[in-house]
Write a protein that binds this ligand. Structure first.
Ligand code: B12
Length: 381
């Protein structure tokens, strides 16, 4: 079978199995990305979540020695929740970023890629393929850019003309040489909406992110959240969406093409108070199937406390006091104390003072002091 026909068969099959966009790229070294990764590394702009060495990330042959092509796929995900529950005064809700709605995309895309893998191997028994989604060494975006899936936006996202940037990406490296597709032309022009809207200035310049300052990254850290970010994450408990929400290519874009990616409203916008005392079992049952659970429950509970503080939710004071007094994790006790100070009822301040007499962890004590400072600030006003 010639590869032109095989390529067409793969494209046809990809539509049958619900792949929204597919593109073919060469498996040549990603030289430009190599330079970019070196720059990012030397500036300390990486998140630490990237897998592999710069060489492994940019030389596909290191991952599959006989690599000739890379097939890139994209799946569109929803940007709006149908019948989204409202956050009410006594029952405040947090929100997961859109990329964490529905079933974990790693599972959904991997399944599609495995089907492609099987399809190709049935046609070409000697084919050698390797499948990756997010957690592999390759930059899924650099592959998608080369394969013509979308252009690389100033917010660093791959932006497709059809689905905006609300697409997940994955790829299959193969030893089959395919005629590559052409990259798309840049579509950002002089627009700087994402750079202007980023609350932390993490987008240093068009196409370059300081991941350490990105709120999407900060919501995923396990220690105390730096003070400067606490007021900025709002009610996001995992990930962040502003640089995509403001993008003109995402205006009115809302695709509901995959049942698995459909958000469960109570999971995507969970009630905050019940999150504070969740057992591991409850956590797994409620959030175990979504992408946002990969760092475990601690960062999400920490962020839930910050969200309650953001809302100044007085109805949560008793539960937060309970957490401050009894949780075994210093990050949670300390953030609870800070949140109590921020909410600022008399009961909250009394509880912080009392807990401070028993607290032994230095960092937690610092958070308690910060919490009490809010009282001084408000009485000075
Ligand atoms: Co993320 N993430 N992520 N992520 N993340 C991935 C990039 C991916 C591809 C996962 C997937 O679907 N398989 C998707 C992106 C899909 C898309 O682009 N349409 C994804 C998503 C959905 C998100 C979030 C939207 C989730 C959310 O919170 N809502 C945010 C978006 C934040 C943002 O990037 N603006 C998010 C956040 C993060 C953090 C935790 C912050 C880090 C760092 C993100 C970043 O580097 N921009 C993060 C990581 C580490 C990754 C991961 C695992 C590696 C990315 C990476 O290597 N970054 C990928 C999965 C993967 O690729 N294996 C997912 C290093 C940079 C240098 O590489 O972004 O891939 P890159 O490179 C492109 C551009 O940045 C640009 O060129 C590259 C090709 O397009 N570029 C340029 C890089 N440097 C420079 C320098 C200059 C001067 C210029 C002009 C351009």
């Amino acid at each position: 079978m010639d590869n032109v026909q095989l390529k067409q068969d793969i494209i046809d099959y990809s539509k049958e199995i619900g792949i929204d966009k597919i593109g073919f790229a060469s498996a040549d070294v990603f030289s430009e990305l190599k330079e970019r990764l070196r720059t990012q590394q030397s500036l300390g702009y990486q998140s630490g979540f990237e897998k592999g060495s710069i060489e492994e990330r940019t030389e596909p042959e290191r991952l599959l020695p006989e690599a000739k092509s890379i097939i890139s796929i994209a799946l569109a995900y929803p940007s709006r929740i149908k019948n989204a529950p409202k956050s009410s005064k006594d029952e405040r809700r947090g929100v997961f970023c859109r990329a964490s709605w529905g079933v974990d995309y790693h599972v959904v895309l991997r399944e599609k890629l495995e089907k492609l893998n099987t399809f190709i191997k049935e046609k070409i028994p000697g084919a050698s393929n390797k499948v990756m989604v997010d957690t592999g060494e390759l930059s899924d975006r650099a592959v998608a850019e080369r394969a013509g899936i979308g252009f690389s936006g100033k917010n660093t996202a791959i932006i497709t003309p059809e689905f905006g940037s609300y697409v997940y990406l994955g790829e299959l490296i193969t030893n089959i040489p395919f005629v590559p597709d052409k990259p798309l032309a840049d579509g950002c022009g002089s627009c700087t909406k994402c750079l202007d809207a980023c609350p932390t200035g993490a987008l240093v310049q068009g196409g370059q992110l300081n991941a350490q300052k990105c709120l999407a990254f900060q919501t995923q850290t396990k220690g105390f959240l730096d003070d400067e970010y606490r007021s900025k994450i709002g009610n996001f408990i995992y990930g962040f969406d502003t640089c995509q929400v403001v993008c003109p290519y995402n205006k009115n874009v809302d695709f509901h093409l995959h049942e698995e990616l459909e958000p469960d409203p109570d999971v995507a916008k969970p009630k905050l108070k019940p999150m504070l005392r969740m057992s591991n079992r409850e956590f797994k049952k409620t959030f175990g199937h979504i992408a946002g659970s990969w760092r475990g429950k601690k960062p999400l509970q920490r962020n839930a406390l910050i969200a309650l503080a953001h809302y100044r939710d007085e109805s949560a004071v008793d539960e937060i006091i309970e957490v401050m007094n009894n949780d075994v994790r210093p990050v949670i006790r300390g953030t609870a104390a800070w949140a109590l100070g921020k909410i600022g009822t008399d009961e909250a301040y009394r509880a912080i003072r009392k807990a401070m007499t028993k607290e032994e962890d230095e960092q937690v004590i610092v958070e308690m002091e910060k919490g009490l400072c809010f009282q001084q600030e408000s009485s000075a006003r």
